[in-house]
Design a protein around this ligand. Structure first.
Ligand code: G3P
Length: 232
């Protein structure tokens, strides 16, 4: 079950940027919550793993883990089983981010385990072909992010628009219920609007918001451009 597959979504991955450590994660999450409440646009956050439960308890918007491991809640030191995400109260997790890749069969098992726990799965793919292969697991979301554009400020929707349109088509040919997001280099409200016009239901974004001098203002810019545009 997705967290709102029928309207544009902005997912902010805090990664491990310095700005998002400790209280920084809370500050950015609260700014995102405030924008979501004022604009009505769905905004979700993925703070550093060690801040997960505190962020969950501090905001009312969906909170995601950045990664889960296909291990049991047992003697698995330092790993993050889906059960830990569930117990923290988070809504779901990013899986297979290009900075934390997993074998495809592991992705499939994790999507199943997340579904069984009632958690939302947001699976990342680097290309439309990979997205189509991962779509057979029917995650809630697939985010297509060309790795070479991540963190560059060169938006996938501007420099590689065909990756989004082909990706949406490829995913929906396999699994029409999967909601497709895109990401990598998204830096402005116009990039967000273009992503949605190309067929994505929203964006997975990091540096432009997390590293911004005023993250709240940047989320607001993104949200204003996302509202009123319809994705597929
Ligand atoms: O998870 C989002 C990410 O990989 C994109 O990063 O900094 O290009 O928005 P960024």
């Amino acid at each position: 079950m997705g967290i709102g597959a029928d309207r544009p979504l902005i997912v902010i991955n805090f990664k491990n940027y310095r700005e998002a450590q400790g209280d920084g994660a809370l500050r950015i999450a609260k700014a995102a919550e405030d924008v979501s409440r004022r604009t009505g646009v769905l905004v979700a956050v993925a703070p550093p793993q060690v801040t997960l439960m505190q962020v969950v308890r501090s905001v009312s918007i969906p909170v995601f883990a950045q990664h889960v491991d296909d291990v049991e809640p047992s003697s698995t030191t330092g790993f993050v089983p889906p059960e830990s995400v569930s117990a923290s109260g988070a809504s779901g997790s990013i899986i297979n981010h290009s900075e934390h890749r997993l074998p495809e069969d592991t992705v499939g098992r994790l999507v199943r385990r997340m579904r069984d726990l009632g958690l939302t799965s947001l699976v990342c793919a680097s290309t439309p072909d990979e997205a189509a292969r991962l779509a057979r697991f029917s995650p809630d979301y697939i985010a297509i992010e060309p790795p070479e554009l991540i963190g560059t400020g060169r938006a996938v929707s501007r420099v590689a628009p065909e990756v989004i349109s082909r990706g949406v088509e490829a995913v929906h040919a396999v699994s029409p219920d999967v909601t497709v997001l895109c990401g990598a280099g998204i830096a402005s409200g116009d990039d967000v609007r273009a992503s949605i016009e190309l067929g994505a239901m929203g964006v997975l974004v990091s540096s432009a918001i997390v590293r911004a001098p005023d993250p709240g203002a940047k989320v607001e810019e993104f949200a204003r451009h996302a509202s009123g545009v319809r994705g597929r």
